[in-house]
Write a protein that binds this ligand. Structure first.
Ligand code: ASP
Length: 308
């Protein structure tokens, strides 16, 4: 090969890597967990699960998959995992039933879909995506949502499928809600959250997770956010939307926006958030004793933790 040709080739190759677009994934498994009260095997189990979800998500993002697909897949696998309060193993209401909530949002166009009080759809997060893709609506609830899942060919289960012995006994504070935010190599953001809600909740209660702007939000112009904690407070303070709006309207950084939002009236010991922006900067913030969480990105960061 001629020398100049080789140089050009090497320059392009270097340039390709230098200009590689950032990507990142952040996951939470709920802010209910106090590591001091957890058994060692529970801590290891939760961390191992979050680690494997992060690894899968990171390699999917690297391969060019969309943030939307990656957050849906991450949350689906946590819904299928009985350790977490979403899908199978979800927290039960005061009548011992599982009523599931979920939401997903595409930051590239602000399209979003959500479901609440779902009782027979195996993966509520996929139903939320279906609502977003196939209906003109944002939020479907109750039997109508389950019927739509069935008509759409999603996997249906008996209500008992969601109920684990562990949730029934509710011997200890549950692992919380699950959520995921991601940035893909095209610079698009997405957020997804799924939950059984709060243990012993009143039947019919809906938390923040499926409320766009409360527990879930994504906008390429600011950030993607997924929340966990006492849903009523996250609804009241519009936490996910507020974090986004502060960035858009006052041009603060992502960590500063999260800090200000929590400082602006959110009670102590209420929960936490994960968030990511288009630069690939991410935040995992909580004011509870712990939050199961993990983050990984194209710059080589990879961390999983529960306590402070
Ligand atoms: N935020 C959820 C809810 O209030 C619960 C949780 O995050 O653990 O429904």
């Amino acid at each position: 090969m001629k020398k100049w040709l080789l140089h050009t080739f090497l320059a392009c190759w270097a340039c390709h890597f230098a200009s590689a677009e950032p990507y990142a994934i952040v996951v939470h498994g709920g802010a209910g967990a106090d590591p001091a009260q957890m058994e060692p095997e529970e801590i290891e189990g939760v961390k191992a699960r979050i680690q494997s979800v992060l690894q899968q998500g990171l390699s999917d993002l690297k391969a060019g998959r969309s943030a939307l697909r990656v957050v849906e897949e991450a949350v689906r696998s946590l819904e299928d995992d009985p350790w977490f309060n979403a899908g199978q193993g979800a927290a039960l209401n005061s009548e011992g039933e599982a009523e599931l909530d979920a939401a997903i949002m595409d930051g590239s166009n602000l399209r979003c879909g959500a479901v609440a009080d779902v009782r027979r759809t195996r993966n509520p997060i996929s139903l939320a995506r279906w609502v977003m893709e196939k209906t003109p609506h944002v939020l479907l609830v109750g039997p109508g949502a389950d019927r739509f899942a069935q008509q759409s060919g999603l996997e249906m289960v008996e209500p008992e499928y969601f109920i684990t012995e562990r949730a029934r006994r509710a011997l200890r504070k549950k692992q919380g809600t699950v959520g995921c935010v991601a940035l893909d190599i095209r610079g698009h953001l997405a957020a997804a959250t799924s939950t059984g809600g709060l243990t012993n909740k009143r039947p019919g209660r809906v938390g923040d997770s499926p409320i766009i702007g409360a527990g879930t939000f994504a906008d390429d112009r600011s950030c993607a956010v997924s929340c966990t904690g006492v849903g009523e407070e996250f609804i009241r303070h519009q936490v996910a939307g507020q974090i986004s709006q502060r960035i858009r309207l006052t041009h603060v950084t992502l960590p500063e926006s999260v800090r200000q939002t929590f400082a602006d009236g959110l009670p102590d010991d209420v929960g936490g958030v994960i968030a990511v922006n288009r630069k690939g900067e991410w935040v995992m913030h909580f004011n509870t004793p712990g939050m199961s969480r993990g983050a990984a990105d194209s710059a080589g960061h990879f961390e999983v933790a529960i306590g402070k």
